[in-house]
Unconditional design. Structure first.
Length: 308
């Protein structure tokens, strides 16, 4: 069944969103956790791609999309992929929970172009009950970000969604005959840019453009050069700058959170506890022992980049 063929059956099921990424600052993609009742669900054609990952106990389901029909038992982690422009209908015999991810066409197309794949080989195609362990790993990581009380930087979610698109189109980046690390001067340029913009929203697109690389290749080269993924490096640097400002004692914790790019004070506290093992208040009280905390300084990062 395609986008111009109407589905005549009456919609009888209900969908209730439990969580949504709407307020998390994700751009070009999003996700929600949805409770789906038993019954028929008509899903219209959208301008974005959709992936529905089944969560929880198995449910028997029947579906129709792009003139394809499927009747199956949907198990935990099974995914349906519905490209932009296609509608469909699903009939679930029991209530279930779906982790629903939408990916904008521009977001997906940008990834395809950066991988330099032929358009015929780089299309998202409709799939029923896709079982891909690597894709599931990425989906559950994004699901964890959606459900976390304190979310990480949107840069992490963007990285996960980019990897999901790469997995869906089967275009994992190859480094054959290409650099396997960032050139020292380029690594320094990227590090300096991150340092100068820690208080702002950073995206993989702008960092990759700075290095004159595609996003997929930039992610690989950055990790190989610095020994850590981009999003982890940025979070560590934000925590280290927050630690330094807290120990100076000139700004309030809420001001420091904004100065270091965290969404709010509790967001900063969450990551300080996770990475340093202390809250901002505990850090200030025990400032005499602050030297025991390992600091990943910009100088050390440059030394790593230069040595590779």
């Amino acid at each position: 069944m395609n986008a111009v063929t109407p589905i005549p059956l009456t919609h009888s099921g209900s969908r209730i969103a439990l969580r949504s990424s709407q307020s998390l600052g994700w751009q070009g993609f999003g996700a929600e956790l949805v409770n789906v009742s038993a019954g028929l669900h008509r899903v219209p054609a959208f301008k974005h791609h959709r992936v529905g990952v089944h969560v929880g106990a198995p449910v028997r389901a029947r579906c129709v999309c792009n003139e394809r029909r499927s009747s199956r038992i949907q198990a935990h982690g099974d995914a349906d992929v519905i490209p932009a422009g296609l509608d469909g209908q699903w009939t679930d015999e029991s209530p279930c929970t779906i982790f629903s991810v939408w990916i904008g066409e521009a977001f997906a197309q940008r990834t395809v172009e950066q991988l330099a794949l032929k358009s015929a080989d780089a299309q998202l195609r409709p799939q029923f009950q896709m079982r891909d362990p690597r894709f599931q790993h990425l989906a559950w990581a994004l699901h964890a970000e959606l459900e976390a009380d304190e979310t990480s930087d949107p840069l992490y979610a963007e990285s996960l969604c980019t990897a999901m698109v790469v997995r869906l189109i089967g275009g994992a980046p190859s480094l054959d005959n290409k650099r396997r690390t960032l050139a020292p001067t380029m690594a320094t340029r990227v590090i300096d840019f991150i340092e100068a913009h820690l208080d702002q929203r950073l995206t993989l697109g702008e960092l990759a453009a700075l290095a004159e690389l595609s996003v997929p290749h930039f992610k690989v080269l950055f990790r190989e050069t610095l020994g850590t993924p981009v999003h982890q490096y940025v979070v560590h640097r934000r925590v280290e700058r927050a630690r330094s400002l807290l120990l100076q004692g000139k700004l309030s914790a809420s001001q420091i959170a904004l100065e270091t790019g965290f969404a709010h004070q509790s967001h900063m506290a969450h990551w300080m506890v996770r990475l340093l093992g202390v809250t901002p208040r505990e850090l200030v009280k025990s400032s005499a022992n602050a030297g025991r905390i390992v600091e990943l300084s910009t100088l050390n990062a440059r030394r790593i980049a230069t040595a590779r």
